[in-house]
Design a protein around this ligand. Sequence first.
Ligand SMILES: [Mn+2]
Length: 219
Amino acid sequence: MRVALISDVHCCGLACPRAANFVTWLDQLDADALWMLGDIFHYGWVFGADTQPEYAPVYMALQRVKARGIAMVFVPGNHDFRVANLMASRFGAEVCGPHVRHVDGCSVHLAHGDECERSILFRAMSWVLRSEFVDGAMRMLGHRLGTWILRRLAGAPHIDGEVLWDGSREALLSHLDTVDLAVMGHAHFAWSHKDERGQAVVLGAGVAGARLLSDGRLV
Ligand SMILES: [Mn+2]
């Protein structure tokens, strides 16, 4: 099995170069499976029956990935948790929060990584944004105004690397007690650690940070 792993593309709309690169990358993808570890979209939301036209090219590319028979897994990120149902219903993606998968005899812990955030402000914002109240308000506003607000809330994506703070590093490494490989994104900072238990990896942001798991080994 060839499994492509990617996270944190933070696609920002029709003129976004990262989205364009991602579409090209998807169309050239030579893999049996695609595991997306969240924040693929910078302000991903679904407004009732309306998807965001800003993301139409990416959605079309995912449709082509599906048509090629590449099995998708989507671990929702803090910027695109609301597209989870769409990823499942439209693209047949298996949607799951932090979880363990098995491939070619290798056990892999997958997570976006925001669950390691300790900041009270981050947690409070996350709780509010995930509430039914905000979802209801967004549906009422519709995709045009809703996306305008989400875009401002999300701010400019910081693609060039944040620090991998100790808390999330410890959480990631702790998975190696039970799995062979632990992978997360969210930090926008490629990082890897190997010891006798296995390997822990933080994916760098987007296409540049994507990794391939081939026959149960990261290459
Ligand atoms: Mn994130």
